[in-house]
Design a protein around this ligand. Sequence first.
Ligand SMILES: [Zn+2]
Length: 335
Amino acid sequence: MSVPGARVPPVAIHRTDAIVLRAIDYSETSLIVWLYTRDHGRVHLIAKGARRARSPFEGALEPLVRGELVFYRKAKPDGLDIAKEFDPVDLHLGLRADLARLHRGVYVGELLTELSEPDVASPEAFDAAAEALGHLARGSHDALEQALVGCQLRLLAASGLRPVLDRCARCGGPVFPEAPAGRDARPAQERDRRADDAWFGPAQGGALCLEHGRGESGATAVSRPLLRRLLATALGRRVAPDPAADLEVRRLLDQFLAWHLGREGRMVRWLRPVTEQARPEAGGAGTRRRGASTSAPRGPVDRRPEALAGSPSRSPSPAAPGGSTVRPPLGRRAR
Ligand SMILES: [Zn+2]
């Protein structure tokens, strides 16, 4: 209902929680920004004047910053939505101070981008990512991998890609038969120790019993404790962090995500040297890959994380999801 003489806004104005995914220089003064919003899913906006020294956004439109976004919907079908304000709520400064935190945070942003469609809202996905980024920025170092694993599982569930974990994804039967027969009949304690008790097949949709997992292309043998850990995390139960075991679980989910997305995540490769530097003993105790290709991820990687790790005085700026860079927050960059 319009008041005579009053100016009617040409388009709707929206206010929503949002996480910045990418920020790309567009012109001398403007940025194109991708954000994941709680109420509208992924949106692509133009932020006019964002590159000016005196910007209404105060330099807060940086990847992985969470804030309150005000934006206009595009007036023309082929136009970009317009960012009006962005008030930072959480800069996640801890991510900038530590590469182990930063790389996992960028991976969360990558998954949020890859698993979402523009303008399709998923508050569950937003909440999962927002909570994970908070944990990654401020949580205990031992729990970083667990925070990432929990986020992977929640984002998969929000996307309708929840892996089957409580039964065989192929036959629906128990993954660990209570009374194994024939050549696999072994005492329970021994079965618990054996790495080939069950399998995890990304192409098959999750956990597989011995019969349906063994020999399957791309399936990985998983120990009983590891699969239990994965299931408990998926069910949202409290599990004590165990960085080595959580890394194994994360790698299973990396494979699952790679199969569903058609390529390995950009950050998966970046996480590899960091985690293996930190924990040289990790990486193979609980899982064994069978028949899977170890193809390198497609697409160029802008900079190696090792190079960044060697220059702590420089602002960390690895490729953020989509190839933009993570810059120091609050616009302290010189132009
Ligand atoms: Zn089966």
